[in-house]
Design a protein around this ligand. Structure first.
Ligand SMILES: NC(=O)c1ccc[n+]([C@@H]2O[C@H](COP(=O)([O-])OP(=O)(O)OC[C@H]3O[C@@H](n4cnc5c(N)ncnc54)[C@H](OP(=O)(O)O)[C@@H]3O)[C@@H](O)[C@H]2O)c1
Length: 270
């Protein structure tokens, strides 16, 4: 299938590792020009270097940018840099790191504010600053996509992930509302809900549970795997494949959905 992504410009947040990096790689391999961002110059340059070294994209098609998505000025600047370099913005992928873990008494008011800034407000601000460019892309190329990474925790809360469970549900509400408003302009808005997938973030959760529950790494991972229909954890490229399809020309009649990529972890009927 021709996904119609060649020459399209994408902005992928939180892309120095994990699900963001996998998504950037998949889009680059489909011929997109990709801006990748993270908080850390060295890590994001390294990620760009890996994409180029593996011949997944030519150097001029990848722009590494430093952008802490909790900082509005940095979002504005990174999106400007991206549009200046590639001339357009067709695809926005919102993402950031995961918030702190703990039980209700573990969090201060600042923790709650930080968690909402990291995973909810960052998403809203990325969309706000990308929208003028996406509107132009929809008008000129009939190709404008917003993809938001949330978590399966938005549908089925996970113990000790209070901040994630709460902020992701907020993003789902925001995404659905935005899809209603910008649908008539030809912009699609969809969310992807990863289940347990092998990344640096997952390793942090493993460490937390090993500490809290006195389990081994294997026991923690087996516990998650057993809850999925497919009886295993996911790989970042599997998430990225789903994101790439939703970013494609072919996904033009899909909007407002919340797509679990979780191996059957969540048990809701619809
Ligand atoms: N893996 C899973 O099983 C799973 C399941 C459900 C949801 N999630 C969620 O998916 C998201 C991505 O996590 P991941 O699993 O891909 O883990 P990861 O490998 O730790 O990736 C997190 C990425 O976000 C970047 N980042 C962190 N804070 C940022 C900020 N303030 N501004 C910009 N970039 C930031 C990190 O880069 P720098 O450190 O270089 O800034 C890194 O590139 C997280 O929100 C996580 O909670 C993951």
């Amino acid at each position: 299938m021709n996904l119609g992504l060649k020459g399209k410009a994408a902005f992928v947040a939180g892309a120095s590792s994990g699900l963001g990096l996998a998504t950037a790689i998949a889009l680059a391999r489909e011929g997109c020009n990709v801006t990748i961002c993270s908080r850390d110059q060295e890590r994001i340059n390294h990620a760009a270097g890996q994409i180029i070294k593996h011949d997944w994209a030519d150097a001029e098609k990848i722009l590494p940018a430093v952008c802490d998505v909790t900082q509005t000025a940095q979002i504005r600047r990174a999106i400007q840099q991206s549009v200046q370099k590639f001339g357009h913005l067709h695809i926005l992928f919102t993402n950031a790191g995961g918030p702190k873990t703990g039980l209700i008494d573990d969090f201060t008011e600042k923790d709650w504010k930080d968690g909402m800034e990291l995973n909810l407000l960052s998403t809203i601000n990325l969309c706000r600053y990308a929208l003028p460019h996406l509107r132009r892309a929809a008008h000129e190329d009939q190709h404008a996509r917003i993809l938001m990474l949330t978590s399966i925790a938005a549908k089925q809360p996970i113990g000790s992930l209070y901040l994630s469970n709460t902020s992701r549900a907020g993003v789902q509400g925001f995404a659905k509302t935005l899809s209603e408003e910008v649908g008539r302009e030809g912009i699609t808005v969809n969310t992807l809900l990863p289940g347990f997938t092998r990344t640096e973030r997952l390793q942090h959760l493993v460490d937390y549970l090993m500490d809290q529950e006195g389990k081994t790494k294997e026991e923690v991972e087996a516990g998650w795997a057993q809850q999925a229909s497919l009886q295993r954890l996911g790989e970042p490229w599997e998430f990225a494949a789903a994101a790439t399809f939703l970013a494609s020309k072919q996904a033009g009649f899909i909007t407002g959905i919340a797509l679990p990529v979780d191996g059957g972890y969540s048990k809701h009927v619809l």
